[in-house]
Ligand binder design. Sequence first.
Ligand code: PGA
Length: 268
Amino acid sequence: MIPAMRDVIVAANWKMNTTPADAGELARTIASRTREPGVIRVICPPFVCLAAVRDALAESDPDVAIGAQTVHHELAGAYTGEISAPMLAGLATWVIVGHSERRRDAGETDELIGRKLTRAVDAGLRPILCVGEQLAERDAGTQEAVVQRQLTGALAADDPERLAAAGLVIAYEPVWAIGTGRNASGQDASAMADAIRDALEAAGLGAGAAAATPVLYGGSVTSANIGEFLAEPAIDGALVGGASLKPDEMAGIVSRAGLTARARRAAA
Ligand code: PGA
């Protein structure tokens, strides 16, 4: 599979930032500054801002997709403070699953993340599954084994072909690069993308579907370093945290993604 066939995606992970009063305006501003043919844009605001972002984008730029930052692994019940996949109907069409901050702060395991994936896909949400190693694991040279174990664990309980058909996206986010200003090299990200597609195949995905699965890089992505990642044919975009709250940064990142999208189309 040539990369020309894969989506180019820039996803904004706003984390625990913005309020219902200001999220719509920020989304509108980012949308208006990131119109690039061929680039899929996704904005993932906090749950309480989803409706404001939806309403703002419905008027100004319905091409921008909206995602949630996580979802619960059960459908309904006594889970105080949680949000289930069916509750996102009409609010979001994408969802981030297994972000390292949730693995760290909410104790999410690969098995639990797999259940979330299933719920997301059952509800028609397109999932972005996050994987990535800790610094000590990279220093020990075990990063590929760690990421492959995370993938295998998260995909074990569902049919990988079904997840791929639902548009599964993998985000490789080395934990030591998230919010630290330190980023992996393009080469490291590319090598990991290859390892990720190998793991998808090992998990039971056909070679074609594994090769067609978009892999994003995440971890201190900015307009200044996005080019290093998108220069790698194995990388299909970015999951952006801190810089995704800054319209100037998003404009630069999506503009660079537009170059990749155009080059892929020309090569197709
Ligand atoms: P960062 O976050 O860009 O602020 O490093 C990325 C992420 O956590 O998705």
